[in-house]
Design a protein around this ligand. Structure first.
Ligand SMILES: *[C@@H]1O[C@H](CO)[C@@H](O)[C@H](O)[C@H]1NC(C)=O
Ligand SMILES: *[C@@H]1O[C@H](CO)[C@@H](O)[C@H](O)[C@H]1NC(C)=O
Ligand SMILES: *[C@@H]1O[C@H](CO)[C@@H](O)[C@H](O)[C@H]1NC(C)=O
Ligand SMILES: *[C@@H]1O[C@H](CO)[C@@H](O)[C@H](O)[C@H]1NC(C)=O
Length: 199
């Protein structure tokens, strides 16, 4: 029994030494990310993440370093609609103190020929409706329809209803893996291919 315990402790120590790394850790609303400390990450990967959200009135930014969140590794997200610009970038790396990357946000604004219906409402999660369209850019190949109550990084809460262009990553992570924004309640999310528009 004692030997078994010893063995299991040995295995734990071994696993910990193989899969844990030291990572820089900080969180800031600007790129300085001051007060960098080191933390132990059991997943074995470190993380550098950048997020920007503009809602037509305010820009919220959050930059952080720490332990990797697997789902966000290598993820570059962009969604664009009336009054909305969302950008996310997640970089993961392996090795002690490897997360020294600068903070970057994906910003390919070159139109790709696709268009999506777009509208915006910040007082209700009822579907917004409009005849307007927005030009999709970069790798935005999907149209989103998103309605949710969101807490902004400054603590304020808004009811959003928004339509526009999104890239696959934003839809794949299901719109709710933000680092600064918190979704409090979701009414609807749908990502669909743009309708071919004969014109
Ligand atoms: C950056 O943010 C920190 C808090 O996260 C703040 O103390 C500092 O003044 C900010 N620096 C600039 C240049 O805005
Ligand atoms: C809500 O959106 C309107 C424009 O549609 C804008 O004038 C107003 O400032 C926004 N409110 C907030 C809190 O963002
Ligand atoms: C969207 O793209 C079309 C061409 O595909 C262009 O005529 C139009 O000006 C663009 N609209 C905006 C708001 O950039
Ligand atoms: C998403 O939208 C498409 C096209 O409008 C529709 O066929 C599909 O049922 C919708 N899915 C959900 C889950 O609302």
């Amino acid at each position: 029994m004692k030997n078994l315990l010893f063995l299991s402790l040995m295995v734990h120590a071994l696993v910990a030494s193989v899969f844990s790394v030291k990572c820089y850790s900080c969180s800031s609303t600007n790129r300085t990310c001051e007060k960098v400390i080191e933390i132990e990450c059991l997943g074995g990967q470190c993380f550098t993440a950048s997020e920007r959200f503009y809602n037509g009135v305010k820009t919220f930014e959050l930059f952080l370093k720490g332990c990797a969140c697997d789902e966000l590794c290598g993820g570059q997200g962009r969604a664009t609609g009336e009054n909305i610009e969302y950008q996310f970038n997640g970089v993961c790396c392996t090795g002690d103190d490897c997360n020294i990357d600068e903070f970057r946000l994906p910003d390919n604004k070159i139109p790709n020929g696709l268009q999506c219906p777009t509208c915006y409402n910040n007082i209700s999660t009822d579907e917004c409706v409009s005849d307007m369209k927005v030009n999709c850019t970069g790798n935005q190949v999907l149209c989103y329809d998103y309605r949710a109550s969101m807490q902004n990084p400054d603590g304020s809460v808004l009811q959003y209803s928004s339509k526009g262009c999104a890239n696959k990553f934003v839809c794949d992570v299901n719109f709710d893996k933000h680092i600064g924004l918190i979704e409090l309640y979701r009414e609807h999310l749908n990502c669909t291919a743009p309708n071919p528009d004969p014109q």
